[in-house]
Design a protein around this ligand. Structure first.
Ligand code: SF4
Length: 441
């Protein structure tokens, strides 16, 4: 396919006339101005929602400000995670090393905040000057008697997925029990849910309503204490596969906890996920409770959903999100609302995700991996999309093009999971498509 930037041809396919599989899960092309976040940002967004953790960004102040409070993750307890601390490295530190500054920062922060857990993030410059974060963290653990975990997340070591893996490696260090924990039957961890606008609480409510035990989430509304009990669960559910399949695989390998990929985005996937969990339990009563929950929830939203469906017929959507599973759910969610997805892409989708995406979209749909503003603009115009679903970096692009926008990323304030999330999503589509502002474009 002809592209605006040469070298990107393999990362773009059009359903119906592709010869090869899409190129994905690879480093961004130099100079293509990727919409992807860096390794450090990938690690930070995974670990940030741990409510009692103190996050020290070892690097220039810009790295810390870039990721300060970018997730709308809610807490039922501690609020320490809402802060961002930086060692604010300057030229002198780059020349003489920033290790001493980091040790002093840890001492000062422990004195002020008395945290249970500290994460130290390596940024680009730290990878270049080679400060020994492992040794500094070890010394700090000994001195203060708390967990201090270095996160190997220098921005240039790979793409955002490398940051997810760095975060998962740090989580593995945190959850490793001193002696094996007893498995609690029917207890479930939820991986890849960050409690954006309280979404973990919605899934938790469903799990408990069908008679299972909700153990802990990775990492929405979690704490160092809840995460340390994670290896006692009997099942891991993986919602955001891009960020957490790596951890789920490791937990299966080390702690023999099986995992299932689920998605609570949209009615179809919410029902499918609940049924999958119920059938994993093999318990007749749980199956019955699940059926009842689905019936009750559908009854509660059906009338409102019907109204929205009639409103959107004939509309076209473009989607550019972080992970493959979210993209797959969005295609089904739009189909349920009568909206056709005409362009779709992800930052970190796998080959498997793209196979599923292509099987779900219609002929002629443009599928892109790790795209950039020039391509987004071109395909949105070419395909005549009426709205774009994306995150904080895509919003200005949609508004400049004069089309509606749905925020499906970290900083939103309304939950989009489950049955109530499906209504919120439809409501937002309606608000943005019908906004009077488009009369002035
Ligand atoms: S880690 Fe590197 S790429 Fe990431 S924000 Fe800092 S300087 Fe930028």
């Amino acid at each position: 396919m002809k592209t605006a930037i040469s070298g990107r041809e393999k990362s773009i396919v059009k359903k119906g006339n592709k010869k090869k599989e899409i190129l994905c899960d690879s480093d961004s092309l130099s100079g293509s101005v990727s919409q992807r976040a860096c390794v450090y940002c990938g690690a930070r967004v995974v670990l940030n929602p741990i409510t009692d953790a103190l996050h020290i960004v070892h690097g220039p102040i810009g790295c810390a400000s870039y990721t300060w409070d970018i997730r709308g993750s809610l807490s039922s307890g501690d609020e320490l995670y809402r802060n961002s601390f930086s060692t604010d490295l300057k030229e002198k530190d780059v020349i003489f090393g920033g290790g001493k500054k980091l040790s002093l920062a840890i001492d000062e922060l422990v004195q002020i905040y008395n945290p249970a857990l500290i994460f130290i993030y390596a940024t680009c410059i730290v990878g270049v000057i080679g400060d020994d974060l492992q040794a500094i963290a070890k010394a700090a653990e000994k001195k203060h008697g708390i967990k201090v975990i270095p996160v190997e997340s220098s921005g240039f070591i790979g793409n955002k997925s490398a940051g997810y893996r760095a975060a998962c490696d740090s989580l593995l260090k945190l959850i490793a029990p001193e002696k094996p924990l007893e498995t609690i039957p029917g207890s479930i961890n939820l991986l890849g849910d960050f409690n954006l606008a309280g979404e973990t609480w919605i899934v938790r409510k469903y799990i408990e309503a069908i008679g299972l035990h909700f153990h802990t989430a990775f990492t929405g509304d979690s704490s160092s204490e809840t995460l340390k009990t994670a290896t006692g669960a009997s099942l891991n559910l993986v919602q955001c596969a891009g960020s957490m399949v790596y951890l789920a695989n490791k937990m299966e390998e080390i702690y023999k906890i099986p995992f299932i990929r689920i998605s609570f985005l949209g009615i179809e996937d919410t029902i499918g996920s609940l049924q999958t969990i119920a059938s994993w339990s093999g318990d007749q009563l749980i199956q019955e409770k699940t059926d009842q929950l689905i019936t009750d929830q559908l009854d509660g939203i059906e009338k409102e959903m019907k109204q929205y469906r009639t409103m959107f017929t004939g509309k076209k959507a473009a989607v550019y999100v972080g992970g493959g599973f979210k993209a797959i759910s969005l295609i089904k969610q739009f189909r349920d609302l009568g909206i056709e997805v005409v362009m779709i892409g992800t930052q970190t989708g796998s080959k498997d995700d793209y196979r599923q995406i292509e099987s779900l979209v219609g002929e002629g749909t443009v599928v892109v991996d790790d795209t950039n503003p020039a391509e987004l603009e071109r395909f949105i115009k070419q395909k005549g999309a009426d709205l774009l679903v994306g995150g904080v970096k895509e919003r200005p692009l949609a508004y400049k093009l004069g089309i509606a926008f749905i925020d499906h990323n970290h900083d939103r304030k309304h939950p989009l999971v489950g049955f109530e999330g499906a209504i919120n999503f439809a409501k937002e589509v309606s608000w943005t498509l019908n906004s009077p502002v488009w009369e002035f474009v």
